[in-house]
Design a binder for this molecule. Structure first.
Ligand code: ARG
Length: 470
């Protein structure tokens, strides 16, 4: 079969070149978007009288037929037709005859592919925000069930101060909230129409870009034709946003893996989310968080990959830019899978409150509070720090914890101690003493959960309002 662009050529394309340059093996993922864009373009051509209205109508019917066939899996794409755009055009012409050849009037694959990608990413971003919302909801639910669960808080992975487990989970709710916000903000740079830029300079036909934008639900159209076909910022931005989501997932993964080890024993992941060992019968491995942690690497790789592809590219389109797709598709798949699994995994995990409590009872994470107690009695903080340091050392040397000391033992270190320290040292007191906005005190955490639920309602509204395109 001859090429759609074969006129100028005297030789067949080398078979290896054909294989090497074709993108159909992966850009077939854009089939729906490609047809959607073509439907709007054809309608505009007919409306503007650039092609006869009845031709536009035949093209529309042909495109719908091709779309049905693709959906039913009846179309076999061909490498000889290089990419999704020419494959679909070939099938359209096969369907309705030479009139199908009028579809490409006033457009180029350069503005066409850019349009497809904008349509594609617009959908996926709404779906991903929705998945983030589901994960945040699962985290908030676990937080609500754990507003009395006290765990050791860490810095340097060393016990630092006790915190509510709910507070720890809510930290991730905040992170994923920023991730959702970033994606929602990026939407305004994604929802822009490139079509009408032609190959690079615009077109000689009296097209109506605003009409096409309206048909496709784009809020704006690209201002500059060169920019329209050269811009892949919106994909880079998506990959950067995706990298941050994966980074957050990876940190949470690491904690889930640690917490479900025998050494910590703070949580247990549901059996449905773990796998066993082929040799060690006792094993229950946290494969899902491990794999998510591992997959973070490929998403970062796609970001750096595309930034590198675009670096130094002269305007306007260059074939290099075909390399923008696989990383984007893979990132979408990776994110969607990871977020979906995480929401379910968080919702179904068991929290071992007793283990967390035992850990808190057997550590010195209340040491700051006892220092603060002495400060309350008028001792300079630096001196109090020194006194408590000595007290902790005494405990370590005598195999005790602070709550085990008698008042006489305390008084060896400072006469300012009185029996009220036993109340101060209780993990509940230590937690509830951090009663500042954003702190771990129970009433602060409850307030934070309330604010998060309002934020979740706003995100859900945004998803509902933007679903129309999805
Ligand atoms: N398959 C191409 C891509 O993904 C479509 C645009 C091709 N344009 C061209 N002038 N070769 O980038």
């Amino acid at each position: 079969m001859s090429k759609l662009w074969g006129g100028r050529f005297t030789k067949q394309t080398d078979r290896l070149v054909e294989e090497f340059t074709a993108s159909i093996t992966f850009d077939k993922e854009l089939a729906e978007e490609d047809i959607e864009g073509s439907l709007a373009h054809a309608a505009m051509l007919g409306r503007q009288g650039i092609i006869p209205a009845e031709d536009a109508e035949r093209i529309r019917e042909g495109l719908l037929k091709v779309r049905d066939k693709i959906r039913r899996g009846e179309i076999e794409f061909s490498i000889a037709d290089e990419d999704i755009h020419m494959n679909i055009e070939k099938h359209l012409i096969a369907e309705i005859g030479p009139v199908g050849g009028k579809l490409h009037t006033g457009r180029s694959r350069n503005d066409q592919v850019a349009t497809d990608m904008h349509l594609y990413l617009r959908r996926r971003v709404v779906e991903i925000v929705d998945l983030l919302h589901k994960l945040q909801t699962a985290l908030v639910e676990q937080a609500k069930a754990n507003t009395d669960t006290i765990m050791p808080g860490y810095t340097h992975l060393q016990r630092a101060q006790p915190i509510l487990f709910a507070h720890h989970l809510m930290a991730y709710v905040s992170m994923f909230g920023r991730d959702a916000e970033r994606l929602m903000d990026s939407y305004k740079r994604i929802n822009v129409l490139p079509l009408g830029a032609g190959a690079l300079a615009g077109t000689t036909f009296p097209i109506d870009r605003r009409f096409v934008a309206e048909q496709l639900g784009f809020d704006r159209i690209y201002e500059n034709s060169l920019d329209a076909v050269s811009d892949r910022d919106f994909i880079v931005e998506f990959l950067a946003n995706a990298s941050l989501i994966m980074m957050h997932l990876s940190r949470l993964s690491e904690e889930l893996i640690l917490w479900s080890s025998t050494e910590f024993g703070f949580i247990e992941l549901d059996d449905a989310f773990c796998t066993g060992s082929s040799i060690m019968p006792q094993k229950k491995n946290p494969d899902v968080p491990e794999l998510v942690r591992g997959k973070t690497g490929r998403v970062y790789g796609h970001l750096i990959g595309l930034l590198t592809v675009l670096k130094s590219l002269p305007l306007a389109y260059n074939k290099d830019m075909q390399e923008d797709k696989e990383g984007m598709f893979d990132t979408v798949r990776t994110l969607q899978g990871s977020l979906q699994l995480f929401a379910q995994m968080i919702a179904t995990m068991t929290v071992n409150r007793e283990r967390m409590r035992q850990a808190v009872n057997r550590d010195f994470s209340n040491a700051t509070d006892i220092a603060d107690f002495l400060v309350g009695k008028g001792m300079p903080f630096r001196q109090a720090h020194e006194v408590i340091g000595k007290t902790v050392l005494y405990c370590i040397q005598n195999g005790k914890f602070l709550l085990d000391l008698t008042l006489d033992e305390f008084r060896q270190f400072s006469p300012l101690f009185d029996e009220r320290i036993y109340e101060v040292l209780k993990p509940e007191s230590v937690v509830n003493a951090r009663d500042v906005y954003g702190g771990t005190a129970k009433n602060q955490v409850l307030a934070a959960i309330g604010r998060a639920e309002e934020e979740l309602a706003r995100i859900a509204d945004w998803v509902a309002a933007h679903r129309e395109h999805a």
